[in-house]
Design a protein around this ligand. Structure first.
Ligand code: FAD
Length: 574
């Protein structure tokens, strides 16, 4: 059997390696239009920033090493330019001219290309030789590193994961770095609360973030040695730059395959659960394919290395081991989109669906905010993990989670990704038996705590109020802030009543004078808050059991800070 694989990086190479392990006799040919195969695209930003010193260490294998290890026939600078599915033939442009290569089974893993947004002047500047680059290939990274080392100012168009990694790399190299992002905040898949912390950290690194702002025009002044590029923004500002990095999304690189007949939606190849396309003996994997969101079921492109690698392997299994009742092939799982990115000293991680995806899919859910320490508070170095979890109501099925922290975000999101994959409820998190000793965790880990809070919400013993609701409470409500007087003095919601939680029980009569005896006409409902929700939870129980109606502000003042960002100054009284 001759297996031909187009694309020799994540999905394609993992398919090839597995294929060889399953069949020593197969003729396995991998074609890639680039100069390199099996390279670590995820490591490219760290090479640009200088943390990875040698570009050679990003090249995990060469055609020669793959021949030696796995007897693969890997051909670089071989670009598939046409396909005849009926004849089982590919037309390939090679350094030595055009070749026709036949196949029995074809696997497509062509990935995507960095999209160039239709900003007037951008393509023209690039074509005229200006320093306008994307970050997709080893050559892109080499060019960017050389430019970064000569200093100056850079504008990164697009503040997604790769854009922010590029921005951090350029800032690390000492460039004045701007990020322009049309969405409300950088890292758009992150919830607003998480993104505020990421923005603060990016700004601490010296990156100037221009969110909710588009690049409207790029002007190239050829011959100007200093700042030859001008980027005009939608807010009227103009940024002068020596370098523009475009990181505005990825487009599936599939036209050659779809024009010949492979079915696709918005360029992404449609596959079934085994990676099969609409054409017999033609499979596809990775960034070029359409997959289903594991939580909402909504189709979309998931441009992540893990899913591409795993899908490549599963497709090889399907091809070589078949799919029979006795030996069923494992399907390619729907993706949870689990991802993590470093911003300075913080890691921002996510899994499952976010609010926007859940709202679009019409799922009913509740959200909880927690800010527990990553390990025992008494052990030196304790730092908060800012955690947000969505779960379905009324059932409690976990839907999505995000965390941002100096330490411990990765572990918590990986646990939650596993829990989502297992179809667990937020209540099940209570029972997870997670490793603990003081330098590593808490006897009740952040994950267990999330289970307890979620369970309280599902049981109705805890009703939450969210940040967007606190600005418009109306006459029926009073805010009860149970932090210490000192904390209260640093900033509190307007007209809030301050009774520290340790004094609340004996000061209930005073509270009744201020908000009305519970159960009497005109008695106000109480929005109870503290710094993170721990003291407020105790206080909330005290006032509820004393007969007042009310809610607890989810995640306390920490969540308010995260939700409102710099606008918190307009909200709080000092
Ligand atoms: P690719 O890895 O893109 O490989 C496709 C290959 O096919 C390319 O070499 C291409 O040149 C070749 N090709 C395309 N068309 C043809 C043709 N007609 N003929 C021959 N060859 C062709 N993911 C993460 O999960 N975590 C990260 O931290 C992360 N960081 C990233 C950082 C950067 C800078 C980039 C660019 C990506 C990052 N990713 C990350 C995404 C991850 O690299 C991709 O999801 C993954 O590589 C996709 O694998 P793939 O096989 O589908 O495509």
């Amino acid at each position: 059997m001759r297996l031909v694989i187009v694309g020799g990086v994540a999905g394609g190479m993992s398919c090839a390696a597995r294929a060889r392990r399953l069949d020593e006799n197969a003729d396995i040919i991998v074609l890639d239009q680039g100069k390199y195969v099996s390279f670590a695209n995820c490591g490219l930003p760290y090479y640009v920033g200088g943390e990875i010193e040698d570009a050679g260490s990003l090249l995990l294998h060469t055609p020669d090493s793959l021949r030696g290890w796995l007897n693969l026939d890997v051909r670089t600078e071989y670009r598939v330019s046409a396909v005849d599915y009926a004849a089982h033939e590919l037309t390939v442009e090679t350094p030595n001219g055009t070749e026709i290569i036949g196949y029995d089974v074809l696997v497509l893993s062509p990935g995507g290309e960095a999209a160039l947004p239709p900003v007037p002047g951008l393509a023209e500047a690039r074509d005229a030789g200006a320093a306008v680059h994307t970050l997709r290939t080893v050559d892109d990274a080499r060019a960017l590193r050389a430019l970064a080392e000569s200093g100056g100012a850079a504008v990164v168009i697009g503040g997604g994961f790769i854009g922010m990694e590029a921005a951090e790399a350029l800032a690390n190299q000492g460039l004045e770095t701007h990020v322009v992002e049309t969405a409300e905040h950088i890292l758009p898949p992150l919830e607003r609360e998480m993104a505020t912390l990421a923005t603060d950290e990016a700004e601490r690194l010296g990156i100037k973030v221009h969110a909710a702002t588009g690049a409207q025009q790029v002007e190239y002044r050829a011959g100007n040695t200093e700042s030859p590029l001008n980027v005009r923004l939608s807010n009227g500002e103009t940024l002068e730059a020596d370098l523009v990095v475009v990181s505005a999304g990825v487009k599936p690189l599939t036209s050659v395959f779809t024009e010949a007949g492979v079915a696709a939606e918005r360029g992404a190849i449609i596959i079934d659960e085994h990676g099969r396309t609409n054409i017999e003996n033609v499979y596809a994997v990775g960034d070029a394919t359409l997959s289903r969101n594991a939580v909402t079921g909504v189709p979309g492109v998931v441009a992540l290395a893990g899913p591409a690698n795993r899908a490549g392997r599963l497709v090889a299994d399907h091809i070589f081991r078949g799919n029979t009742a006795d030996n069923p092939a494992r399907p390619i799982p729907a993706s949870e989109g689990t991802a993590i990115v470093r911003i300075g000293d913080l890691a921002a991680a996510m899994t499952g669906a976010n609010r926007a995806q859940l709202d679009a899919a019409g799922v009913t859910y509740k959200t909880i905010h927690l800010h527990p320490n990553q390990h025992a508070g008494y052990f030196p170095g304790a730092k908060p993990i800012h955690l947000i979890i969505h779960f379905e109501t009324p059932g409690g099925r976990l839907l999505g989670a995000q965390a941002i922290a100096e330490d411990g975000a990765d572990k918590r999101i990986d646990v939650l990704a596993t829990a989502i994959r297992a179809g667990m409820s937020v209540r099940d998190l209570i029972d997870l038996d997670l490793s603990y000793s003081p330098p590593y965790g808490n006897a009740k880990d952040a994950i267990n705590m999330a289970g307890l809070v979620g369970s309280n919400v599902l049981d109705g013993v805890l009703e939450l109020m969210y940040p967007e609701q606190v600005t418009d409470l109306g006459e029926d409500w009073a805010v009860l802030d149970v932090r210490s007087e000192r904390e209260f003095g640093l900033g509190h919601l307007p007209d809030a009543i301050n009774i520290p939680h340790t004094e609340l029980r004996e000061r209930l009569p005073e509270l009744a004078e201020l908000v009305g005896e519970p159960g009497t006409p005109g008695a106000k409902k109480l929005a109870v808050m503290c710094a993170v929700g721990v003291r407020a939870w105790i206080a909330y129980q005290v006032v509820r059991q004393a007969g007042w109606d009310g809610r607890m502000i989810s995640g306390g003042i920490n969540t308010l800070y995260e939700w409102y960002g710099p606008q918190i100054a307009d909200l709080l009284e000092i």
